[in-house]
Each structure stands twice: as structure tokens, then as C-alpha cells.
Write a protein that binds this ligand. Structure first.
Ligand code: PLP
Length: 408
């Protein structure tokens, strides 16, 4: 008899986006012709930078000629891309990362989801609340979380986000082994200061723990005082892995390219306390289960680091940041407390009421779709997330609509 992995039965069905779609569809049926503006999604809306498209086309042409055609590439990614990443994203900012510590992949979602495979089942895991759901669900599937009761898994240490801590979690009171952090944060838009990040790195060093640092939104950081990489913090090379993606940086959500940094100095322990290299383990996992990102996609990603690529990516992010600034300004002017939107594409708004009630109000009165914060965890209750991924014209219209509706 074929049996299933019963950990899957512990997963909580995510009704968030289907519930949103259902409510929006019902509203549309009842209000035909009424314009709806979607500021709920976490997907980019603007085209790839022209220089990426050019490199993409050229690489496709290479694939059309026997003399330049390429079959399987290195599982870890082509050196031409890993060298650019190491030099531009890390060494240029004083972070000591070399090309052979970078693993190219088809997404930070897969990487942040797959990484848990190389750790023991009975470790203590700390996960923020509210959170990008992949960290939690992949640990549920693996059997690390225990039972689900009253909105929480009993073996997870939840790192609670509140207004008081600015949605930057406090250090755990009891020791934990694996810590998920994400800055700039999805869903809250919160950023972490160098000092706070240093305290996490010190915590990990003292407790022989490991930080999984998701920096998928790093390109939105405009405040130079904020760290863009965990490796800007001294001592992080021994206790942190970092996840990055071209998705939000350069519009690659549909093209797929990302990378994970696993420093050679990161070690973890077996049951006898003996040290093992995480680089060796991840290399083994990655090359066994993954066959590399396509050559044209890696060439398109490489173009991000050219002079024109850098300028075009900056313009792309500036565009979304202008949207974010407008959303933040208008929501604040209506008297709401807001977080994010300054070094992040997300604005986290305290609705001062149930998240779904606020969602319904914005939809019914202004035709604007947001995301209820309660869908990201218990601590998200009372908040909504507004996304800056849309056209400036639509954001202007949405904000005018919200202003009129809420002033009534
Ligand atoms: N990490 C965070 C925090 C995200 O919000 C997302 C996408 O929304 C991802 C990772 C996934 O990125 P990718 O498109 O590279 O899979």
C-alpha cells in the first residue's frame, strides 16, 4: 500500500489569495463596470530592462547555431554570472564573498524552501510572524513543526512582530538553532539596522545557530546606512546563508533567476558534535537535484551588472519606490500608522480594525484590492499590506479613491 507523507496533512490550506479573488469576483458581479485597482499582488508589472532583453536575444541566437550552442551548464551556474555577483553585490560593499560560494538557481522561493533539507529534523526553528509563508510550510512538510493548534504549530518558535519592535523581531529568550530573517521584509516592508543585524549575528555565533537571510528585496534599499547583505556584518560568514533574487530587482519573476550564498566558512554539527561544511552539503544537494538555470536566462541576468543594466534597474526600482512613497504619504495623511514603503515596495498599514474588514472597506468604497495582514500570521491581524507594484497612474487613482471613500 502506497502511503503519503502525513506531514502534508498538517499544512493549513492557504485561503488568502483565493479568498481575495473570490471577494473581488463577487464585488465585480455586483458592481459591473466599476474599476478595480489591484495593489495586493507581490508580482512586478513592468517589462524587463532593455539591456537584459538584448542579452537574452543574443544568447537565444547562440543556441540556434551548432558552433555556439550550449547543453547542460554547471549546476552551480556559469562563472561569468557568479563572478559578476561576487564582485558587484558583495566585494564592492566590503563583503568577502567569492564566486564559488554562489549557487545560481531558478528562484529564491525554491532555495528558501529547499535549504531546510540539509538540517536535522529535531532542531529548534525560529520563524517570524508575520511571514513569507514558504519558510513555515516547507518545515511543516519536512515534519519539524509539530501539531497545529489555535493558529500556531507547537514546535515552532515564533518571532513576533509588533509596532513596539518595528516588526524587527527581538532575540529569542531560549536558544534556537535555525533562524529565518527577511529584510526588507515581505509583508511588512520593515528594514533592519546594522546594529540590530549585528545582534542577530552575535546571537548566532554564541548559540552555534545559523541565520537564513532572505534579501530578495535588497535592491529597494536606498538608505546607505542600512545593510544590504548580512555579510556586511563582521562574523556573518560563519553563521549565515543569504538568498537573493533577480525577480524584484530586475523584473525576473516570469524569467526566473536567483542565487544563494553559502560561505565556505559556514559549518554545522552532526549528533556527535563533529563539524561539517554547509557548502559541501548544499553543493551536493543542489547538483543532485538541480540541473542549472538556462544559459539565455543567465546571460540576461549578467546584463543587470553592465553600466546600462545598472542604470535601467535603478530606474525600474525608482519607479516602484515613487509609487510606494505616494501610497505611504496618502495613507499617513489619512491618519493611519504606516511602516515600510521607503526602502521597500510594501506598505504595512495599521487599519485599526480586523484585517478583512479593512480589506472589504477599501474594495467596496474605493475599488482597491490590498492584502489582509492576518493572512501572513497571527501578528498580522489588524493590518493590511499595500503593494507598490502597479503603474503610477493606477496608484494615483487608487489613492484618490481611498481618500474620497474614507473621508465620507
Ligand atoms: N522571498 C521573499 C521574501 C519573497 O517575497 C519572494 C517572492 O515574492 C521570494 C523570496 C521568491 O522569489 P523568487 O521569484 O526568486 O522565487
Amino acid at each position: 500500500m502506497i502511503r503519503i507523507n502525513e506531514n502534508y496533512l498538517k499544512l493549513q490550506a492557504s485561503y488568502l489569495f483565493s479568498d481575495i479573488a473570490r471577494r473581488v469576483a463577487a464585488f465585480q458581479r455586483e458592481n459591473p463596470g466599476r474599476e478595480i485597482i489591484r495593489l495586493g499582488i507581490g508580482d512586478v508589472t513592468r517589462a524587463l530592462p532593455p539591456t537584459c532583453i538584448k542579452a537574452f536575444h543574443q544568447a537565444v541566437d547562440e543556441m540556434a547555431d551548432d558552433r555556439t550552442f550550449r547543453g547542460y551548464g554547471p549546476e552551480q551556474g556559469y562563472l561569468f554570472l557568479r563572478e559578476k555577483i561576487a564582485a558587484e553585490d558583495f566585494q564592492a560593499r566590503g563583503a568577502d564573498i567569492s564566486p564559488d560560494e554562489i549557487f545560481i538557481s531558478d528562484g529564491a522561493k525554491c532555495d528558501t524552501g529547499n535549504i531546510q533539507e540539509i538540517f536535522a529534523i529535531d532542531i529548534e526553528i525560529a520563524i517570524p510572524d508575520p511571514v513569507y509563508p514558504v519558510y513555515l510550510d516547507t518545515n511543516v512538510m519536512a515534519g519539524r513543526t509539530g501539531k497545529y493548534k489555535d493558529g500556531r504549530y507547537d514546535k515552532i518558535r515564533y518571532l513576533e512582530g509588533t509596532w513596539e519592535n518595528g516588526f524587527v523581531p527581538d532575540l529569542p529568550e531560549e536558544p534556537v538553532d535555525l533562524i529565518y530573517l527577511c529584510f526588507p521584509n515581505n509583508p511588512t516592508g520593515a528594514t533592519i539596522t546594522r546594529d540590530r543585524l549585528r545582534s542577530w549575528v552575535e546571537y548566532a555565533r554564541e548559540n552555534r545557530a545559523l541565520i537564513l537571510y532572505d534579501a530578495a528585496y535588497e535592491a529597494f534599499i536606498r538608505d546607505d546606512a542600512l545593510p544590504r547583505s548580512v555579510y556586511e556584518i563582521e562574523g556573518a560568514r560563519e553563521v549565515a546563508l543569504e538568498f537573493r533574487s533577480f525577480s524584484k530587482t530586475a523584473g525576473f519573476t516570469g524569467t526566473r533567476c536567483a542565487y544563494t550564498v553559502v560561505p565556505r566558512t559556514c559549518e554545522a554539527y552532526d549528533r556527535n558534535g563533529q563539524k561539517h561544511s554547509l557548502h559541501a552539503l548544499w553543493n551536493r544537494r543542489h547538483s543532485t537535484k538541480f540541473n542549472g538555470v538556462s544559459y539565455p536566462v543567465q546571460k540576461a541576468a549578467e546584463a543587470v551588472y553592465s553600466k546600462e543594466g545598472k542604470a535601467q534597474v535603478k530606474e525600474l526600482i525608482d519607479y516602484y519606490l515613487r509609487n510606494a512613497a505616494l501610497i505611504r504619504k496618502e495613507m499617513c495623511s489619512l491618519g493611519f500608522q504606516c511602516l515600510g514603503g521607503e526602502n521597500s515596495p510594501y506598505i504595512w498599514v495599521d487599519g485599526r480594525m480586523d484585517s478583512w474588514r479593512f480589506f472589504d472597506r477599501l474594495l467596496e468604497k474605493a475599488g482597491v484590492v490590498c492584502t489582509p495582514g492576518s493572512g501572513f500570521g497571527k501578528c498580522g491581524q489588524g493590518f493590511i499590506r499595500i503593494s507598490a507594484f502597479n503603474s503610477f497612474e493606477n496608484v494615483q487613482k487608487a489613492m484618490a479613491g481611498i481618500k474620497m471613500a474614507l473621508a465620507e
